[in-house]
Design a protein around this ligand. Structure first.
Ligand code: SF4
Ligand code: SF4
Length: 129
C-alpha cells in the first residue's frame, strides 16, 4: 500500500523507517521525498497487507508521523478530458497512458500522488482524491 507521511523537522532526524524495517522485516520503498527547514513529506510503498500493514502504520503514527493512506490517488473526469495527452509525459512514474479508445488511464500501482498531472492538465480534468 502507498502511504504519505508528514513529519516535523525534529522527527526527520530520527531513523524511523530504518527502525520499522529492522523490527518488522517489511520491504518499504521510498517513492518520493521532500524536506524543507520546517517539515518533511514522503510517499512510501509498504509491501504487505492485513495485520502486518496495520502494525506498521501504527508504529509510524506512534513515532510522531502523520500517516495518510493513499488508496486511490487521482481521478480523471472523462467529461472534461479531451485526450490531449498533456498529462502523460510530465508524470514521473509513467502512470498515465491512453487506452485503446484513447481515453486516459491511470495505473494506481505506479501513481505516487505527486499532483504534477493535475497542474499539467489544461482542462482541469484530473484531481487528487
Ligand atoms: S499524481 Fe499524476 S503525475 Fe503524479 S504520479 Fe500520479 S498520475 Fe503521475
Ligand atoms: S491533460 Fe487533461 S485533458 Fe489532456 S489528456 Fe490529460 S486529463 Fe485529458
Amino acid at each position: 500500500m502507498k502511504v504519505k507521511l508528514r513529519y516535523s523537522h525534529e522527527v526527520a532526524s530520527k531513523p524511523i523507517l530504518a527502525e520499522i524495517i529492522l523490527k518488522t522485516g517489511l520491504l518499504i520503498n521510498i517513492l518520493e521525498a521532500k524536506l524543507t527547514p520546517k517539515e518533511g513529506e514522503m510517499v512510501i510503498d509498504i509491501a504487505t497487507q492485513g495485520s502486518a500493514l496495520k502494525n506498521a502504520l501504527q508504529q509510524l503514527r506512534s513515532s510522531g508521523l502523520e500517516v495518510i493512506e493513499l488508496r486511490s490517488l487521482v481521478e480523471v473526469d472523462k467529461g472534461l478530458c479531451i485526450s490531449c495527452g498533456a498529462c502523460i509525459s510530465p508524470c514521473p512514474s509513467k502512470a498515465i497512458s491512453f487506452d485503446e479508445n484513447l481515453d486516459i488511464e491511470i495505473d494506481a500501482k505506479r501513481c505516487i500522488g505527486c499532483g504534477i498531472c493535475v497542474k499539467a492538465c489544461p482542462r482541469r480534468a484530473i484531481q487528487l482524491i
